[in-house]
Design a protein around this ligand. Structure first.
Ligand SMILES: Cc1cc2nc3c(=O)[nH]c(=O)nc-3n(C[C@H](O)[C@H](O)[C@H](O)COP(=O)(O)OP(=O)(O)OC[C@H]3O[C@@H](n4cnc5c(N)ncnc54)[C@H](O)[C@@H]3O)c2cc1C
Length: 281
């Protein structure tokens, strides 16, 4: 029954993006590798563009690229927009960053790779422009006030909104008196993007604890940290009950398993927040 309720909740967690005010035209500053198949896109937005830490926006793939894609893969795609989280503090505007994973075809399936991520990884270069919709989402509203620990749980590039939130909180000294945890799950050490940055933050801010976990460490990773999926790492870290504000970002499966762990530890639903799993432009 619980499983069915969870599955239904996640199926309903697709939201339609509100009618977009005209998107902003951003200029690409850089596209640089961060980890295997993961790149950081840095753009310069128009002066009047504002967003709040932890939000996301729809990026539009140019129609010329979509037309070429349709011809190459015999698809019939129309306008292609995909949501990506801001991975930087709004304090750094007009510059903003995104962390984007190349969506490979599912194993064993003879289908095209992901179109938007292929465009961003393979085509975008400094000086190009890209259309970015108005900001969406309310991850920033989680535990805005109060003194409970803030527990961020990320799988893979799900860490993007948390990079933005942490960057913002540390710059503005927001939540200075609260404990903040980042649980970051990846497969191997090389997939722990921005690991050095997180360790630096943990060394600098005594209220911040960084807990990376690897699900399948390579032999030469010489990994002595926690292993297993990040929901398991979270479960083991806090024995007994947990009273915290929980923010989760990752695959639907990871979200589902992490919510289960949180609820089993007594975290009320109202203290658990994540973005919609699907945004229908
Ligand atoms: C709120 C939110 C925030 C997000 N933030 C981020 C972020 O910060 N960073 C990030 O990297 N991602 C993020 N995402 C995911 C992102 O929006 C895209 O879904 C992702 O980049 C894939 O888009 P795509 O166009 O590259 O792939 P798509 O073209 O949508 O394809 C998706 C997958 O389907 C496969 N596929 C293609 N054709 C078929 C077929 N015929 N049959 C079966 N499979 C097929 C592709 O190979 C690919 O694996 C976020 C998602 C949400 C909902």
């Amino acid at each position: 029954m619980i499983r069915l309720t969870l599955v239904l909740a996640y199926l309903l967690a697709a939201v339609a993006a509100p009618a977009q005010e005209s998107p902003a035209t951003a200029k690409v500053v850089s596209v640089e590798p961060l980890a295997p198949n993961v790149k950081r896109l840095r753009v310069r937005l128009p002066k009047n563009y504002k967003f709040e830490a932890g939000q996301f926006a729809l990026l539009t793939v140019p129609s010329s690229f979509v037309e070429g894609w349709n011809a190459k893969y015999k698809t019939k795609l129309g306008t292609v927009r995909r949501p990506y989280s801001f991975a930087s503090s709004p304090k750094r505007l007009p510059v903003a960053e995104f962390i984007i994973q190349l969506a490979a075809p599912p194993p064993g399936r003879d289908v095209p790779p992901g179109i938007a991520s292929t465009y961003i990884h393979g085509e975008l270069k400094p000086g190009d422009t890209i259309e970015i919709g108005q900001p969406l989402g309310s991850m920033n509203k989680a535990g805005e006030s109060g003194a409970r620990p803030l527990v961020l749980v990320a799988g893979g590039t799900g860490v993007a909104p948390f990079v933005g939130l942490l960057d913002h909180w540390f710059r503005t000294k927001q939540h200075k008196g609260r404990k903040i945890y980042l649980f970051f799950g990846a497969r191997q050490r090389r997939d722990l993007l921005l690991d050095t940055q997180f360790r630096r933050w943990a060394a600098k801010h005594s209220n911040f604890t960084y807990v990376p976990g690897l699900s399948d460490p390579a032999l030469d990773d010489n990994w002595t940290g926690p292993t297993g999926f990040i929901n398991v790492v979270l479960d083991r870290h806090f024995s007994g009950t947990l009273d915290a504000d929980l923010l989760i970002a990752g695959s639907p499966r990871m979200l589902q398993e992490t919510v289960k762990v949180a609820k089993a530890k007594g975290v009320p639903e109202a203290q658990i927040r994540h973005d919609p799993i699907k945004v229908v432009p």
